[in-house]
Design a binder for this molecule. Structure first.
Ligand SMILES: [Zn+2]
Length: 412
């Protein structure tokens, strides 16, 4: 046993508590009828049984949490998260210490979990601090969401990301280094970002050789690759090179979105960052005018792209690019992102799936999380109404549970 595995055993919560959630309706993520007036039995970390109260006994000795009339859904999943955002603006921190970054990341992870987001994917962090935060949460020292991380994002010099390399050899080394540290995804900045002051957001600065090599090396290690991308030209090259998903996709065209559907390439839209709800956030952090203008000009194309992707059926997993808990139009960035999917053409069930089982499928963990079924981890959120009838029901989260542990308890 490794030292880390031993440490995990020592610090993992020892009590295997038996819990029963009663009186709620359990949403079926496949769109079948909900289980009404259900009993959900949770044994330790996992769901043991779900069924109607009439035929599902509450085990003796179980702690009962009454949730009469609530609706239960899987914990939300947010696939584009930076826990230590540092955007252009008055609040930008220069030369921030590693300790400060670590504390901000932990704080944002905890706030994310309390807002109902039980799994996140980190899409670019600094100095390997993300791996430490993940370990501290996984070992039970701190509460926080389940973390999948890409480590530091890799780019060609001048690109949108932190680890700058050039040529196939340096790319393969950079990919291997992130995987060695613990990355379960690789993020490549294959086109420019909204916050960049240089380069063409619609350009394609990687050479074919760099892109192919980076993706090949990741895949040889069993790791998937996402491309930060808004450019149809960069998209075409990356699809040929075997990429697994695109982030943002600002200006992706219907032909690109159609090829993505055919090849099962994921889109993580982060639509919330370019729409009007984010303005209050950018103003709060004191973003400069050029940045606000750039967001506005990207926003319209981004919205049209999202509508096209939904119409075409490109696989979509929810990601916000803002803190999952960040206030946005009276709710959180995660929930607003899901609402925007519905406003752009998804059914409420599709929007809920994009926030739960679809990210689980993208991560390859859809047999553990993303649905409420016996044998799945008890990552459970309660809301007041049926989100498959109206996705805005997500605004009424009253219970958050991760792995059978109650993180936010409903008011008495
Ligand atoms: Zn991002």
């Amino acid at each position: 046993m490794t030292a880390l595995a031993a440490a995990l055993l020592l610090t993992a919560p020892a009590q295997a508590e038996l819990l029963a959630l009663t009186g709620a309706n359990v949403v079926d993520i496949e769109g079948k009828a909900p289980v009404r007036d259900a009993v959900v039995v949770i044994d330790g970390e996992t769901i043991k049984a779900i069924g109607p109260a009439a035929s599902t006994p509450v085990p003796s000795g179980a702690r009962v949490i009454p949730l009469n009339g609530k609706w239960l859904i899987p914990g939300l999943m947010n696939m584009h998260v930076h826990l230590a955002l540092n955007l252009p603006g008055a609040t930008r921190v220069y030369n921030e210490s590693r300790e400060s970054i670590a504390l901000r990341m932990l704080d944002n992870a905890q706030k994310s979990l309390r807002s109902g987001v039980t799994t996140i994917r980190l899409t670019g962090a600094q100095d390997g601090i993300d791996f430490t935060v993940k370990k501290m949460i996984d070992s039970g020292v701190f509460d926080g969401p389940r973390i999948h991380t890409a480590g530091s994002s890799i780019v060609a010099t001048g690109g949108h990301g932190s680890t700058e390399v050039n040529g196939a050899a340096e790319f393969s080394q950079a990919v291997r280094e992130q995987i060695k540290r613990g990355a379960t995804w690789i993020k490549l900045g294959i086109s420019g970002g909204i916050s960049d002051t240089h380069g063409d957001i619609a350009g394609s600065p990687f050479t074919d050789d760099e892109l192919k090599t980076a993706i090949e090396v990741a895949h040889r290690n069993g790791v998937k690759v996402m491309g930060h991308n808004g450019s149809p030209i960069a998209a075409a090259t990356a699809i040929d090179a075997g990429i697994d998903g695109f982030e943002h996709g600002y200006f992706l065209t219907p032909p690109v979105l159609t090829r993505m559907k055919e090849k099962g390439i994921w889109l993580v839209p982060t639509i919330v960052v370019s729409q009007k709800g984010a303005r209050a956030f950018y103003q709060k952090i004191g973003s400069p005018d050029w940045y606000l203008d750039r967001v506005d000009s990207v926003g319209k194309g981004h919205w049209a792209m999202l509508q096209n992707a939904i119409r075409i059926g490109t696989p979509i997993a929810l990601g916000s690019d803002q803190y999952p808990w960040e206030p946005n139009e009276g709710t959180t960035a995660t929930i607003r992102e899901a609402e925007l999917y519905a406003e752009a053409g998804m059914t409420p069930l599709q929007a809920l799936r994009a926030a739960t089982i679809e990210p689980a499928r993208m991560l390859g963990v859809d047999k553990q999380v993303g649905a409420l079924r016996p044998g799945y981890l008890a990552d459970i959120v309660a809301v007041d109404g049926d989100p498959t009838a109206d996705i805005r029901a997500l605004r009424t989260i009253s219970l958050v549970m991760k792995g059978g542990k109650v993180i936010v308890a409903p008011a008495e």
